[in-house]
Design a protein around this ligand. Structure first.
Ligand code: ADP
Ligand code: MG
Length: 234
């Protein structure tokens, strides 16, 4: 995918992104890592077009991320699933397809079941979110994002609310999606996953990109900042 970030800064009450620039063209899955508060979520939200930077511009696959056309090309999975609590896993998907894509029920159901199957949820499709595990709910939100047939899937720490077993289950399911021909931009605190899954890694520190490169930088950090970070997370 092609990523162009030009002079992007973002201020809430203080500056959280400080003049980011990035130009990538040949990677299919990009991981963003860094300590809590370093600006990872802000950056991934800006890249997805969910939020606008105070300054600067972002282009992804030649779309200005502010364009409505771009919004149809992406799916976003949040830290904790945001499924509708009163709808079954299947209905969570079919309703969105019917409302936002104008699909007839039978087509929406076929797509929902196909994607729930991909995430190994065949026997959970008629359950409410509160009656499945956190890992299953998170996999259902991934299935919902996939059902919009996006080119790019954004994931912001999809396992941060899960225990190690469920984390493993969700990350394994994401790994299996690699062959679908989708592109991924994700924030993760699981370094082994960043290493296995991503083909490019961005390390954020205090609102700046402190180091970036192939996943091998995680084993061989070039900056003291990434060295210190890797010491802490291992
Ligand atoms: P990360 O995802 O790396 O933990 P965030 O992008 O969430 O970092 O946050 C970066 C900084 O911006 C933090 O100091 C956080 O408190 C602040 N921040 C994030 N979102 C908001 C917001 N909506 N309003 C005010 N401050 C925010
Ligand atoms: Mg975050």
């Amino acid at each position: 995918m092609k990523i162009e970030i030009k002079n992007v800064s973002h201020t809430y009450d203080v500056e959280v992104l400080n003049n980011l620039n990035l130009s990538l063209s040949k990677y299919k899955s990009v991981a963003i890592i860094g300590v809590s508060g370093s600006g990872k979520s802000t950056l991934i939200r800006m890249m997805s077009g969910l939020e606008k930077p105070t300054k600067g511009e972002i282009f992804i696959n030649d779309y200005d991320v502010r364009d409505d056309a771009y919004k149809k090309k992406i799916g976003f999975v949040f830290q904790s699933h945001n499924l509708f609590p009163h709808l079954t896993l299947k209905k969570n998907i079919t309703l969105v397809l019917e409302k936002t894509r104008g699909m007839i029920k039978a087509d929406a159901e076929a797509i929902a079941l196909k994607n729930l199957h991909l995430l190994h949820l065949d026997d959970q499709v008629n359950k409410l979110p509160k009656n499945v595990s956190g890992g299953q709910a998170q996999r259902a939100s991934i299935a919902r994002a996939l059902s919009m047939d996006p080119d790019i899937i954004f994931l912001d720490e999809p396992t941060s609310s899960l225990d190690p077993i469920l984390t493993h289950e969700v990350l394994t399911a994401i790994e299996e999606l690699r062959n679908l021909g989708k592109e991924f931009i994700l924030v993760t605190h699981v370094m082994s996953f960043a290493k296995d899954f991503a083909d490019y890694v961005i390390f954020m520190k205090a609102g700046q990109i402190a180091e970036q490169g192939l996943p091998s930088i995680l084993d061989n950090p070039q900056t003291q900042a990434l060295k210190d970070f890797m010491e802490k997370v291992r």
